[in-house]
Design a protein around this ligand. Structure first.
Ligand code: FE2
Ligand code: FE2
Length: 476
């Protein structure tokens, strides 16, 4: 295992210097990545110094180094987690065989598709968030946004490395296409639905980090189990960065909830809009929206693609190696909620084709833990309101629930009831307009916008009024 070579143009721990062909290919891709970053990355802050964390090695302590960097000069690199000695495939038809150091020829297409689909989400979220800097609620939050953005950029590098190193010419073409598609574009949109939605304000951003990035966590966690060892090691390291994105989302929403509760107490009203806060009913509608579009990202309840990827040993379950079953699932079943006529019922599905549903279950449990923590904040303030995850069938476009209207409490309802009540359940144009009126930048060190509480602590032990982004040299 090589240490990180930081002197190279592309920092890496994969011995790039010894593979001239690959090095040259990536060095050709690098300026195109930078062009993309400048065109589609954070708008208006490319010349400012940002207090960022950069990965400098993959071991336990060394992977995070803090310092001021201008974003286009961020050291995007290629880092794989340390190899595990004698790693074996943990599931599927090849259970127990040595993990593959190269792409198994017969699985090439499926594997490439998995990598491209994951890779496409990384630049997509940067594109979705590119205008948010202009309306940051504090320098602390601005810095966190940019930290998330540069790390998503690095995740793109991670996937592009795999495409270039292991997939020859079609890998190179896919790497180009990753820079060509654009979030929300009519002609060449990003691959997955949620990554073409707009992220117009900071409430949406925090919800996105909490709900949609968390889908990423679960996808990466199951790809980390892959029998294709370079993919497994890549994802293992990406997950360490992903944890920060979950943190930004959970704390962001949590701080909004905190502020809202303070305003409710202070003014003895639920209607805190008049006092510059975001009322809990609006927070609930945003939860309903972001949760439901993120649930769709897991795919249909019944999926032969998911079954195949598992049987082939390419994509495992969440925490595959911790499960004690036969890891083949040929005869196993799994209970799944499905729509049957106008009723929601539990059906025992073949476990292999129900793998999407199982991953969705793991995800839902994780989301619920975060919502519980928000509810604790509300309770601590003596307020009798509970935020809830809507029923998994609510507002779904994919899978069996996509064919019906389901209320947040899980009833199959008529189109008429849906139309009459959707404004209670999903963000309305008026909600979006109201939230937009709050989006005024707070850029003096230590100042926080009036709709969000300050965090408990600053970055890397620094105080809250630290100048996390130096705005003195303004871009013109
Ligand atoms: Fe990512
Ligand atoms: Fe992320």
């Amino acid at each position: 295992m090589a240490g990180v070579d930081y002197l190279e143009r592309i920092p890496n721990n994969v011995n790039l210097r010894d593979d001239r062909r690959l090095l040259r290919a990536l060095e050709e891709w690098q300026p195109r990545f930078l062009d993309w970053w400048k065109e589609m990355g954070p708008e208006g802050f490319q010349a400012n110094e940002v207090y960022l964390r950069t990965a400098v090695s993959v071991d336990r302590d060394g992977w995070a180094q803090f310092g001021y960097v201008k974003m286009p000069e961020y050291r995007w690199g290629i880092f794989l987690a340390e190899p595990e000695a004698d790693r074996r495939i943990a599931f599927g038809d090849h259970l127990g065989k040595p993990a593959w150091p190269e792409v198994p020829g017969e699985y090439r297409g499926v594997l490439r598709r998995l990598i491209v689909t994951q890779g496409d989400t990384e630049p997509a979220s940067v594109e979705q968030q590119r205008h948010l800097g202009r309306t940051c609620p504090s320098l602390y939050d601005l810095r966190n946004l940019f930290q998330v953005n540069v790390e998503e950029g690095r995740h793109l590098w991670a996937m592009v490395y795999l495409l270039h190193a292991y997939f020859g010419r079609d890998g190179r073409e896919e790497a180009e296409a990753l820079l060509q598609r654009r979030s929300g574009d009519g002609d060449k949109p990003r691959i997955l639905g949620a990554f073409n939605e707009r992220t117009p304000d900071w409430l949406s951003f925090f919800m996105f980090c909490f709900f949609t990035d968390r889908d990423g966590k679960y996808q990466l966690a199951s790809l980390q189990e892959s029998g294709f060892d370079p993919l497994s090691r890549t994802c293992r390291f990406m997950l360490t960065e992903e944890a920060h994105h979950m943190f930004v989302g959970e704390m962001g929403v949590g701080r909004i909830v905190q502020k809202t509760c303070e305003l409710m107490r202070q003014h003895r009203t639920d209607d805190v809009r008049r006092h510059g806060g975001i009322d809990l009913a609006t927070v609930q509608r945003y939860i309903n929206f972001h949760y439901s579009v993120s649930l769709d990202l897991f795919g249909s309840e019944v999926s032969t693609n998911a079954a195949n990827a598992f049987t082939m040993g390419l994509k495992g379950r969440f925490e595959e190696t911790k499960k004690d079953d036969d890891h083949r699932l040929v005869d196993a079943t799994y209970p799944a909620l499905c729509l049957e006529g106008d009723r929601v019922v539990t059906r025992e599905l073949p476990a292999l084709t129900a793998l999407n549903e199982r991953l969705r279950d793991d995800y839902i449990a994780d989301c619920q833990r975060g919502v519980d923590r928000w509810n604790r904040t509300i309770k601590e303030q003596g307020i009798d309101v509970e935020l809830r995850l809507p029923h998994r069938g609510f507002h779904r476009a994919i899978g069996s629930f996509g064919e019906a209207r389901i209320s947040p409490d899980g009833r199959v309802i008529t189109e008429a009831e849906w139309d009459a009540r959707r404004r209670e359940w999903l963000p309305t144009p008026e909600d979006a307009q109201f939230v937009a009126t709050l989006m005024r930048p707070a850029v003096e060190p230590g100042r926080f916008a009036g709709w969000i509480a300050p965090p408990a602590r600053g970055i890397n032990g620094l105080p809250l009024d630290h100048e996390y982004v130096r705005l003195t040299r303004k871009e013109t």
